[in-house]
Design a protein around this ligand. Structure first.
Ligand code: ADP
Ligand code: MG
Length: 345
């Protein structure tokens, strides 16, 4: 459906998109995730034709889009801030694209009713945009983007303005809606929860470059680099060297998964893989804090050597701050990352 080949956008010396290769299959939901300023909006604007490329190509359905204007690309773009027309009512907003395409009035009305049902706002056509809540405006913006039946729907931080509860509900609704409609979606967000809940495939971006692409589960289980791991909120990362079945690290010898390559590496230990025992049993640590997280407690440790360490404990087992404990590691929760290079964080 969509192919980017070495797509590059430069602003002055700086590349906001740097030779990006990306494919989105028909009916796939792909979510690009990355920190603010990494080039997400630039990527969408380039696909929509709002931002000319400095190099490379965008293809839609196999056809090179170079020189094809925005309105001929058949893509829908929903911006971060909705950008509804404040002086028009809901119907005027939703049917905007249909009027632009010269769709007859009766057909416009039929599609309007259908779309308002779809986004859970039946009969809201006559309401003023200003009278809608943030979540309702978001749904209207979505209905407007879907109205011309774009072959590719692009969403820029679609739920960014909404509070967390509403966001978590809408993201589930959106996913099932796109599934029903068979819509191909390219969304971008800085919010990992949103990306992981929405996407069939997550693409993590850093400084205009794709750092990793995979299913939410693959990316979560096997982050490809220290950058990705830290961006996902994993902080238990240390450098070391694999010798045999374990790595020598500032936290001591840590078992590594079977078949791990020998030699220098960085190492991520998921908090669930840090087991706490009595003092003298494993790496000597002092408990700095414990935070209740609903289903478990996150225990922050200061080890005798090496950087701070976080352990995930059952609520009933979490030791008090100030306690001395021993920490051990389970190989299943250890992920080997490439050795830190000159530009690793
Ligand atoms: P994101 O959406 O991931 O936050 P953007 O795509 O908006 O990032 O921006 C990527 C980089 O390109 C940023 O450093 C931003 O300042 C820069 N940038 C974006 N648009 C322009 C522009 N029109 N002119 C100059 N620099 C820009
Ligand atoms: Mg942006």
């Amino acid at each position: 459906m969509l192919t980017l080949e070495a797509a590059t956008v430069r602003f002055g010396q700086r590349a906001a998109l740097d030779t990006v290769d990306l494919e989105v299959a028909d009916q796939e939901i792909v979510c690009v995730l990355g920190p603010s300023g990494c080039g997400k909006s630039t990527l969408l604007r380039a696909v929509a034709g709002l931002q000319p490329l400095s190099g490379g190509r965008v293809l839609l359905g196999g056809a090179d889009q170079t020189g094809v204007p925005v309105h001929r690309r058949g893509v829908g773009l929903m911006f971060q801030d909705h950008q509804l027309f404040p002086q028009r009512d809901v119907a005027g907003n939703v049917t905007f694209g249909l009027r632009m395409h010269g769709v007859p009035r009766a057909e416009q009305q039929r599609r309007l009713a259908e779309l308002l049902d779809l986004v859970g706002l039946p009969g809201a056509g006559q309401r003023a945009v200003a009278s809608l809540s943030g979540g309702e405006q978001q749904r209207v913006a979505l209905a407007r983007a879907l109205a011309p039946r774009p072959r590719l729907l692009m969403l820029d931080e679609p739920l960014g303005q909404l509070d967390r509860t509403l966001r978590e509900r809408l993201v589930v609704e959106l996913r099932s809606l796109f599934g029903q409609l068979g819509t191909t979606v390219l969304a971008v967000t800085h919010d990992q929860g949103e990306a992981f809940a929405l996407a069939d495939r997550v693409v993590i971006m850093r400084d205009g470059v794709i750092a990793q692409s995979g299913t939410p589960r693959e990316v979560w289980q096997r982050p490809a680099s220290s950058f990705v791991a830290r961006f996902l909120g994993f902080d238990n990362i240390v450098s070391g060297e694999v010798n045999g079945q374990a790595a020598d690290t500032p936290w001591g010898r840590i078992p590594v998964p079977d078949g791990s390559p020998q030699g220098p590496c960085a190492l991520l230990v998921r908090p669930a893989g840090v087991r706490l025992a009595g003092p003298g049993d494993g790496l000597d640590c002092e408990v700095v804090s414990r935070t209740f997280r609903g289903t478990h407690a996150a225990v922050r440790l200061r080890p005798a050597s090496g950087p701070a360490l976080e352990a995930e404990c059952r609520l009933t087992d979490a030791p008090e701050p100030g306690t001395r404990v021993g920490a051990g590691f389970t190989a299943d929760d250890v992920v080997l990352l490439p050795a830190p290079g000159p530009d690793a964080p």
